[in-house]
Design a protein around this ligand. Structure first.
Ligand code: 76R
Length: 247
């Protein structure tokens, strides 16, 4: 049996993708819409406060294309908190004007392929990466992925050293995008249908394309990467959200 990579876990993640029921929104009375918007603003402020208190983080983006209209990406200490938030939001008037589009449950993960020495949890940089405050970059890109297990291309049958060498090459490509793309890898083995969620943030969306394309030629992605649907979108704040919903 090959040696499993050791992983460190941080905050739990819920990517909650929703579509807006435009017909119901259009047909609603003005006061109902106003109340729904108030409630939405209230939640956005509450989530910002949680972030301020360093008890979690939330990113809110519109989604371009037909897969969804917007996404809430929530990070929280426990699965219970994520679930409570999801339920509380679902009880709002505004949620009644949305339809589920996709969701993804995972946990922020760091693996030891590139690990240094000593107890990583004593390293404040590591702790900050496990409990990250999500950047307010102009754009988000999310997709789930697996490492392939097919015939002779089986990641999980490779030895630790071989995997480490490939992950080093992967990391070196990633580092070229430092300052342009921020990546958050969340592990979802046992939680959701894919093995990882990849969430990228950038001010220039072309950097997503360039990074993902460059990685496709790197062995770990070229040979062992299987990918799900891609979601890409634009930063929303309270006023942009209200503008998007204005009829
Ligand atoms: O955490 C680190 O910075 C150390 C190096 C590193 C690891 C261990 C790293 C760096 N990644 C790691 C793990 Mn990554 N990453 C992806 C994708 O589209 C594709 O082809 C793949 C999707 C991108 C775009 C990306 C970006 N990475 C992982 C893992 C877990 C693998 C496992 O455990 O088997 C996955 C699934 C994954 C996928 N990676 C980086 C980046 C970037 C930009 C970096 C550089 C980060 C930095 O130096 O700040």
């Amino acid at each position: 049996m090959s040696e499993a990579a050791q992983t460190l876990e941080g905050w739990y993640a819920l990517h909650d993708f929703r579509a807006i029921d435009w017909q119901a929104w259009r047909e609603a009375d003005d006061d109902v819409r106003a109340h729904a918007l108030d409630e939405l603003s209230g939640f956005l402020r509450e989530w910002a406060q949680t972030e301020e208190n360093k008890q979690g983080s939330t990113a809110v983006y519109s989604i371009v294309g037909q897969k969804a209209d917007f996404v809430f990406m929530h990070l929280r200490e426990t699965l219970e908190e994520l679930n409570d938030m999801e339920t509380a939001f679902n009880k709002t008037l505004f949620a009644g004007f949305t339809k589920p589009a996709y969701s993804y449950v995972s946990v922020v993960e760091l693996s030891n392929y590139m690990g240094g020495s000593g107890d990583p949890m004593e390293n404040p940089e590591v702790v900050a990466r496990l409990k990250p405050i999500l950047p307010k970059a102009s754009h988000i890109c999310f997709y789930p992925m697996n490492k392939r297990r097919e015939g002779s291309d089986n990641w999980y049958m490779l030895g630790m050293e071989e995997r480490r060498a490939m992950m080093r090459s992967h990391g070196m490509i990633g580092r070229k995008y430092a300052g342009k793309v921020k990546q958050i890898i969340t592990g979802s083995v046992g939680f959701d249908n894919w093995e990882w969620g990849v969430t990228l943030f950038a001010d220039d969306p072309l950097q997503f394309k360039k990074l993902v394309y460059e990685m496709r030629f790197d062995e770990v992605s070229a040979r062992y990467g299987d990918f799900g649907d891609f979601y890409v979108g634009n930063l929303l704040d309270e006023s942009k959200f209200a503008a998007m919903l204005k009829l």
